[in-house]
Design a protein around this ligand. Structure first.
Ligand SMILES: *Cc1c(COP(=O)(O)O)cnc(C)c1O
Length: 398
């Protein structure tokens, strides 16, 4: 039913229906196939599967029916031809880089990316002769100036973490293509429910499924989505040889997560918007970073590029680290943890946790001040959340 004509269905329909193929048992929910390998009817069939003459499963490092259902569903939701699921978000990024880059190639990346991605680019890709230049997320002349003849990938997350800077995907896709490069977008913050980078011209979408795709903090996983040629070609070829594949059980959990993604994202956006406006009116709050606020520098771009401003916001308190820690320690409901995209609201002090590896100078350059707090707004009642944050504000006001 969903093999052809995917465009005929809305995202919410694809989220609960795409990719499922019932077995002869007629099960309603998607089955889990916890098996490492598959049996052939004959020596002839085994040979035909291995030679590729006959399609079908061989071994779960290559393909697994539960994982394939997740891949087809996410590909449909992102508007991509092909998805490969991976063991984590980081292995999705690694698999993309190892599949598409070779010694001598060059990457241009936004400076405002997930910290471990920066480590991967700086400490490991360099060992294989791939250099990365880092640029300011929203300074397009810097992106342009950093491109070299050997540039193969442009890489970014939008909105960024933790300052929610929004980059123009269509504009960067044009820049990449004019220079023979591909645009890779880590779509972790928005998910396809709010933003479909492939439809804006990006070539590859990366996911940490660990975050909103699961949405309930249960499993670690990732995915790469794009064309059959690129993702089904070199990216999949690396995955199947190197092996950072997703387990069948995790794929099943993520499938269940996708079914509720759209309504969860709507609720995350609604509560985050309400809290952002409320925080902005508080005297001890210096600044709120949230694309849904009119005060956000890329408010208009976010409104045209995204179907909602997302569930992540940051705010800067009057004062420094002492005030930020006092705020966190006065809360009783929100979880003090660096994870995000969860049903449970989480609060983080980036300067001493996620961005703690940065020098004071790098922090200043990235705009991560000592008084900055990041909130991943969950699905609790928004009045209860407001009351909890009010405890933090009261502690700061002394
Ligand atoms: C968490 C995260 C990753 C890494 O994903 P893991 O599943 O933890 O490996 C990559 N990008 C972004 C934006 C993330 O938030």
């Amino acid at each position: 039913m969903f093999e052809d004509g995917l465009d005929d269905f809305a995202l919410e329909t694809l989220a609960v229906r795409a990719g499922q193929q019932r077995t002869a048992e007629g099960e309603h929910a998607e089955p889990i196939f916890p098996t490492s390998s598959f049996v052939f009817a004959s020596a002839e069939e085994a040979a035909a599967r291995f030679s590729g003459d006959q399609p079908g499963n061989i071994y779960s490092r290559f393909t697994n029916p539960t994982v394939r259902t997740f891949e087809q569903r996410l590909a449909a939701m992102e508007g991509g031809e092909r998805c490969v699921a991976t063991a984590s978000g980081m292995s999705a990024i690694l698999t993309t880089c190892m599949g598409l880059l070779k010694a001598g190639d060059h990457v241009v990346s936004s400076r405002s990316i997930f910290g471990t991605t920066t480590v991967l680019f700086n400490n490991y890709l360099t060992k294989f002769g791939v250099e990365t230049s880092f640029v300011a997320q929203t300074d397009y002349s810097e992106w342009e100036a950093a491109i070299r003849p050997e540039t193969r990938l442009l890489f970014l997350e939008t909105p960024s973490n933790p300052l929610t800077e929004v980059a123009d995907i269509a504009r960067l896709a044009e820049l990449a293509h004019a220079n023979g490069a591909l645009l890779v977008v880590d779509n972790c913050f928005c998910t396809p429910a709010l933003q479909q980078p492939l439809k804006l011209g990006a070539d590859i979408v990366i996911h940490s499924a660990t975050k909103y795709l699961d949405g309930q903090g249960r499993c670690v996983g990732g995915a790469v989505v794009g064309s059959e040629e690129i993702v089904g070609g070199d990216v999949y070829a690396f995955l199947r040889s190197a092996g950072p594949t997703m387990s069948a059980f995790n794929a099943w959990v993520f499938l269940k997560g996708l079914e509720t993604l759209s309504i969860r994202m709507r609720a995350h956006c609604e509560s985050a918007g309400e809290l952002a406006h409320w925080l902005e009116s508080q005297p001890t709050v210096k600044r709120v970073y949230y694309p849904g606020l009119e005060s956000h520098p890329q408010h208009g771009l976010a409104a045209s590029q995204q179907r909602g401003a997302g569930g992540i916001l940051s705010f800067e308190l009057e004062g420094g680290q002492a005030e930020a820690w006092r705020f966190i320690n006065a809360t009783e409901l929100v979880s003090i943890t660096a994870n995000l995209g969860d049903a449970k609201t989480t609060i983080t002090h980036p300067a001493t946790t996620t961005h703690g590896r940065l020098t004071a100078e790098q922090c200043a350059e990235s705009g991560i001040s000592d008084g900055l707090l990041r909130l991943s707004v969950g699905l609790e009642d928004v009045v209860d959340l407001k009351n909890d944050l009010a405890r933090g504000l009261a502690a700061v006001a002394g």
